[in-house]
Design a protein around this ligand. Structure first.
Ligand code: ZN
Length: 662
């Protein structure tokens, strides 16, 4: 069988020999054609790509970071600046002794030896070892003249006041991009455009002797001028820190804003963190997820990122809606029996089991009596009540120029029954941010304009576009004033004037009396919000004020979250407000005007202010202590530079003299 088959096979081989040769030639030709096409493709179509690839291999690009724009307060004090630093890199092919270089660099740069050695041995044109290296350390390394070690310019962001306004300013990451706060929000203006140094090298990465070095200068970012006032921010934080500690509270805030244009002068949050070391956590037992969560919590600006039940300060909004819709007037009378029957339920006044009895509308606001507001909301009806919630912007973000703003959470109108409406009338069963509350309340007292709260006023370029702009008080050019939205005529002038009058009486006669400062007309409303879940014994005590009452220039919110012991807004936040305003109002050049009652105090209680300017701080301190006069010294200087009130002015003994040493 096998011989028969082998014969057939031989015949087949002979016949197919010619065919085989043919196929071989065909294959050869196809390969040639393919290769030609490939060359064509590379030379024509992909030329640009491969050219740049080769160029990249033969040049070494080093980026020069641009100076990041400064962040300045309204008086051009620097809040965020740049410091010259260095970045250290290595060129693998030029390193003569990798181990020795690794020892030196790891020691000088405080890095792990193995890590540095690994980087040195990496076969790349340029490997970065460390960025943002202190200039002095970089100079020490430069002096050692190490082969293959390259030292380039770098920029380090510095916050001269460490913790000051940390939640507002935010900070930058490794490559100088903004991570939170204004640094993130305005990153595209602040960051600038990097420059470049390009050095021609041979294929092995060595610099060519006659190779060109090409340098393109970086362009600094724009400076950001804020509405924040450094002195007010400092003082707000000082007062708040003391208060949060004294009340052993979870956290606290003081916000001061111009209610007419939305410029924020101060936003203090405690606890806070150090902007020069934002990743620092004292707890070493946390895993990386726990650490991240904790950092995010620390960095959170709860005035903007979190909502809460505003409580009684919301009665400002209910009152304004009632007046505007003619459902209530200054003369209207109400009766409080300790509770009000709504939808078959008795909803209590805060004074229950006691009651407020018969009272006028104005007294109702002074007493913060819940049944008065339940009654007004009932007269308005849910639909009209909601019309004002929307008109005052409580369903929308305020538009503040910080990232991550939260928005109010409220019932859908169709779900609002009598009980929901009644509880909403005194600031419960819905949530807003503290900034939403300030914006709505500003509208009530500023003539009916819904403003946009904000920090940034303008963007500027420095006259000479220097790399490291360390000095701030230079002349600016190319100013770009930032514009913010303002919606006019939300409510009438008549309602505004009435509301200013009512709210002033809350401070002079009502629950806000702990903020009364002789010579100043202050309006405001206290609030004690019970936190959810109810009856857990956790409260937010707050106070919202504005001054001067007849022509408001500032609105201030003091908020203490979970105070220990007494938790009433008037009692807890009132004195903090007073302490802050006593310094803040004179600082803003808002003058004291005593009314007849304040001026007619018995002679013994009046003190005539002396000249303190130019005297040594210690001497004046001693003198005023001896005379038992309240005073506050701002700054640590040895000489008094400014004082308030001016010499010769009569003040009563309750007032405070403010002395500035800087
Ligand atoms: Zn009552």
């Amino acid at each position: 069988m096998s011989s028969v088959f082998s014969g057939v096979k031989n015949i087949f081989v002979k016949r197919s020999f010619k065919k085989k040769i043919f196929f071989l030639f065909l294959l050869f030709e196809i390969t040639i054609i393919f290769l030609c096409l490939r060359i064509l493709l590379i030379q024509i179509l992909e030329a640009k790509f491969w050219q740049s690839k080769a160029y990249e291999q033969q040049t070494r690009d080093r980026l020069i970071p641009p100076g990041r724009g400064l962040i300045l307060d309204r008086n051009l004090n620097s809040l965020a600046i740049n410091q010259t630093a260095a970045s250290i890199s290595v060129i693998h092919t030029q390193i003569k002794d990798p181990e020795k270089t690794a020892i030196i660099l790891s020691k000088k740069l405080d890095l792990d030896y193995e890590l540095v050695l690994k980087k040195i041995n990496k076969k790349v044109a340029l490997e970065r070892i460390k960025i943002k290296v202190d200039k002095n350390i970089a100079d020490e390394i430069r002096k050692l003249n190490l082969n293959g070690v390259v030292i380039d310019e770098d920029i380090k962001r510095i916050y001269p006041y460490d913790n000051l306004a940390s939640h507002v300013l935010g900070f930058v990451g490794k490559d100088n991009q903004g991570i939170i706060g204004l640094e993130a929000k305005y990153d595209k203006y602040l960051k600038g455009i990097p420059g470049k140094i390009m050095t021609e090298t041979d294929a092995s990465g060595k610099e060519l002797k006659n190779g060109d070095e090409y340098r393109k200068e970086p362009i600094s970012g724009k400076n950001l001028v804020l509405s924040l006032d450094l002195s007010l921010q400092k003082y707000a934080e000082q007062v708040l820190e003391k208060a949060v500690k004294a009340k052993n509270a979870k956290r606290g805030a003081i916000i001061m804003m111009n209610p007419c244009n939305g410029e924020i002068y101060a936003m203090a949050n405690k606890p806070d963190f150090n902007l020069n070391d934002p990743f620092e956590i004292n707890d070493n037992n946390l895993n990386s997820k726990e650490k991240n969560d904790k950092l995010n919590k620390i960095w959170r600006n709860f005035n903007i990122n979190d909502t809460y039940e505003p409580g009684s300060s919301f009665k400002i909004i209910t009152s304004a809606a009632g007046l505007e819709e003619n459902k209530v007037s200054l003369e209207s009378r109400f009766t409080c029996s300790g509770s009000k029957l709504v939808g078959g339920r008795h909803i209590k006044c805060w004074r229950s089991p006691r009651c407020h009895g018969s009272q006028s509308f104005v007294e109702g606001v002074q007493n913060s009596c819940n049944p008065v507001f339940m009654e007004i909301a009932e007269r308005l009806g849910a639909q009209t009540f909601y019309k004002y919630m929307f008109k005052f912007g409580l369903d929308k973000k305020t538009g503040v120029d910080l990232p991550g703003e939260a928005v109010g959470i409220m019932h859908k109108l169709k779900n609002v029954g009598p009980v929901e409406l009644a509880t909403m009338s005194f600031g419960q069963s819905f949530q807003i941010t503290s900034l939403q509350l300030m914006r709505a309340a500003s509208c009530v007292i500023n003539g009916g304009n819904l403003i946009t709260p904000h920090f940034a006023i303008k963007l500027t370029c420095e006259k000479n576009n220097k790399q490291n702009n360390l000095s701030s008080k230079e002349v600016f050019k190319d100013e770009k004033i930032l514009k913010y939205n303002k919606i006019k005529n939300i409510i009438s002038q008549k309602t505004c004037v009435a509301m200013r009058y009512i709210l002033e009486s809350v401070v002079s006669h009502g629950t806000g009396n702990k903020t009364y400062i002789p010579g100043y007309r202050i309006g405001g409303k206290t609030a004690t919000s019970e936190k959810l879940p109810r009856r857990s014994g956790k409260y937010i005590a707050s106070f919202l004020s504005f001054a001067p009452a007849e022509n408001p220039e500032v609105m201030t919110l003091v908020l203490i979250d979970e105070p220990e012991g007494i938790y009433y807004g008037g009692t807890v936040a009132g004195p903090i407000m007073k302490e802050f305003l006593e310094v803040a109002l004179p600082h803003l050049n808002i003058k004291q005007k005593f009314n007849d009652k304040e001026l007619n105090l018995p002679e013994a209680q009046v003190f005539i202010v002396q000249e303190y300017r130019g005297f040594e701080t210690n001497i004046i301190k001693h003198e005023l202590n001896k005379a038992e006069i309240n005073f506050e010294i701002i700054g640590n200087g040895k000489i008094i530079k400014k004082q308030f009130p001016v010499p010769g002015e009569k003040i009563n003994l309750d007032s405070k003299i403010i002395l500035y040493t800087e």
